[in-house]
Design a protein around this ligand. Structure first.
Ligand code: SF4
Length: 637
């Protein structure tokens, strides 16, 4: 029997990037332990991280390349599969938009960097994208405008020392449980934790103050807070450094003037007097951390701009314990953006797939969550689909060629957490089937298509990507191997320290609900149904928790308030029909909850196909992310 050992690693299940030890004999992972010295997770893991060994030991792995023949996938050698891919993709014209790339925000930086090279240099295409990019692109654009670089300002470790923490919207204890735990610890040591959220999420319950606003009004409230802050400074004749000299300041202040206390209360349900009180706390804070959700359930651009404007206005952002962090639910969402695999605006692979007359004929896709295969019918009609993933899933049914990939602990790789911390995970388990790392697979495809790539190992890929990626120049593989990662360096951006306000007029929100569709439906995170369960359903304990919820609510559930349940004459667990104003429909059980407001309804999206079949057809849902509100009616089934 081989000796057991504990190998340091980084959890790859969300954008927190917690440190973990994997208990392994070098062939299999038997258990997980938290890494006490990790600066963010500090000896903690959430249920997903604690059970990642179950995922890493699953039998549901793709172990060999596969080629579709007469409708069935059959095993093939790498040589045969790569030759077929090279032949078919050479026949297509990437420049004319015939080849699309669907990258993964879970892939390592090395895999995404080489995938971007493969797309641009070999396939000659820029039709690309990652699943969660719409929300994150908005966060990056807003942060770049405000701070001069597309990434978080500050570090997640600031939560431990900040004296004011503002959580805008995100259901963070479900999405990034360890960050949620750190915020709770900060509240217990005396930090003021304030949550803006239309439902009483767990972090809202743990906060010093929860503003339970009406849906769609977070940006308005953030602007109201800024207005109240300015009023305090006017009374105090406090000019606050050189904030008023920053570009856009005058327009920003002018845009805040239009906020009236009466209209604010009518739209948001929150009195301006409460916001004035809150502004006094904010004004006194020396270090301020602001967190908001980014990615698939991210906020809309005006709301993010309201947040970054407020951050600048506080004049506390140079304090080492201040931060503004777009919190990602997927492990390497930030890194994917940094590596250049996200789509350019107006040129994304999703747009190509959704546009009936676009020329797209082939798709090269990596590790996709099969719960949200958008445009499945279009993908099925493409001439050629290549899919690569470590785990079996429904996307394989659409593929002509399938390549296996290693799990994150079977190869070296770097991942960039939500706060720009670049961390390395070293291979700690032998790769039993000789599966090629993503970058090595892409290099073989590039070579077969006539390109002379010369990477020998992950370190050589990293050194190349560090040379070509702004902010990564100072990082080296050797250095990252020694500690718990390093934040990439924002000073590399020309706009660094060129801070700017972005005046936005946030309209008073008009609810899209009508007499026929009187409920405002909101969608949120689920802790155990994670990444559409492509990964979690391959575990034992997180899956058991999910199954237990399904046991209680086999059709899933929609939360409504006790008053609305009385009005609808429905009881807990009764089935209801939910119809949206655009004609989509679900049959689902009622869960009566005091956490939702009257006239609103809430569904954590753990029901298969709920997003793809029910939510995505509602255009605004994708544009507005967490701020999206779908008008629905609820009728007894
Ligand atoms: S919070 Fe995220 S990174 Fe940390 S253990 Fe949980 S899933 Fe892993």
């Amino acid at each position: 029997m081989k000796a057991m050992n504990y190998k340091a690693c980084v959890c790859n299940l969300c954008g927190t990037g917690c440190g973990q030890f994997l208990k392994t004999d070098g062939q299999k992972v038997f258990g997980v332990a938290p890494l006490i010295a990790h600066p963010v997770s500090k000896g903690k893991l959430c249920i997903r991280g604690w059970h990642s060994n179950e995922l890493l030991s699953t039998n549901e792995r793709i172990t060999t390349p596969l080629i579709r023949e007469q409708g069935q996938l059959r095993p093939a050698s790498y040589e045969e599969a790569i030759a077929l891919v090279a032949e078919r993709l050479t026949q297509l014209n990437g420049e004319a938009g015939e080849i699309g790339i669907l990258a993964s925000a879970r892939s390592s930086n090395e895999d995404n960097f080489t995938l971007a090279r493969l797309a641009h240099e070999v396939f000659n295409t820029r039709i690309q994208g990652i699943g969660a990019e719409a929300g994150h692109r908005k966060s990056m654009a807003s942060l770049e405008h405000a701070f001069g670089y597309p990434g978080a300002h500050g570090s997640l470790t600031s939560i431990d020392k900040a004296d004011y923490i503002l959580v805008v919207g995100t259901d963070i204890t479900r999405q990034n449980p360890i960050i949620g735990g750190n915020i709770h610890a900060a509240q217990r040591r005396g930090a003021r934790v304030v949550t803006l959220s239309s439902s009483r999420t767990q972090i809202a319950k743990l906060s010093t103050k929860h503003y339970q606003q009406k849906p769609g009004t977070k940006g308005l409230l953030v602007n109201a807070l800024a207005k109240a802050l300015l009023a305090i400074r006017t009374v105090n004749h406090d000019r606050r450094a050189n904030i008023d000299l920053l570009p856009g300041y005058a327009e920003y202040v002018a845009s805040l003037r239009s906020i009236s206390s009466v209209a604010l209360e009518r739209a948001s349900g929150i009195r301006y007097e409460e916001i004035e009180e809150e502004a006094k706390h904010l004004e006194q804070a020396k270090s301020i951390v602001i967190l908001f959700s980014s990615g698939i359930s991210g906020l809309d651009r005006p709301t993010i701009d309201a947040i970054t404007n407020l951050a600048l206005l506080t004049d506390r952002m140079d304090n080492e314990n201040s931060a503004v962090i777009p919190v990602a639910g997927i492990s390497n969402l930030q890194g994917s953006f940094d590596m250049g695999v996200s789509g350019e605006l107006g040129n994304s692979v999703f747009k190509a797939l959704a546009t009936p007359d676009s020329p797209i004929k082939a798709l090269f896709a990596i590790d996709h969550d099969d719960g949200i295969i958008r445009d499945k019918a279009r993908i099925a009609e493409l001439d050629f689909v290549v899919y690569s993933c470590a785990y079996k899933n429904a996307f394989m049914e659409l593929a002509d060629v399938v390549f296996p990939l290693p799990a994150y602990n079977e190869t070296d790789g770097t991942y960039t957490a939500a706060d720009k911390r670049v961390q390395i995970t070293h291979k700690n388990v032998d790769n039993p089937h000789g599966v090629l790392a993503g970058w090595a697979l892409f290099q073989k495809i590039a070579k077969t298509m006539g390109h002379d790539w010369q990477y020998n190992d992950t370190a050589s890929v990293f050194n190349d990507l560090a040379k070509h990626t702004p902010g990564y120049h100072d990082l080296s593989h050797a250095q990252l191997s020694k500690g718990f990662g390093q934040h990439w360096n924002p000073k590399a951006f020309a706009g660094y320290r060129q801070r700017k306000f972005n005046a936005i007029n946030i309209e008073y929100w008009e609810s899209p609900t009508t007499a026929e569709f009187p409920f405002a439906l909101m969608i949120g995170k689920a802790q155990h149904y994670w990444h559409q369960n492509n990964l979690m359903r391959k575990t034992i304990v997180p899956r058991r928790e999910y199954d237990q919820t399904l046991w209680l609510y086999p059709h899933g559930y929609i939360e409504i308030s006790p008053d609305d349940a009385t009005r609808l004459k429905v009881k807990d667990k009764w089935l209801v029909n939910v119809h949206s104003s655009i004609g989509t429909h679900m049959k689902i059980a009622v869960k009566i909850s005091p956490d939702v407001q009257n006239g609103t309804a809430y569904i954590p999206y753990f029901i298969k196909n709920m997003i793809s079949d029910f939510l995505l057809p509602y255009e605004n849902a994708y544009a507005a992310g967490e701020e999206s509100v779908v008008p629905i009616k609820i009728q007894e089934a």
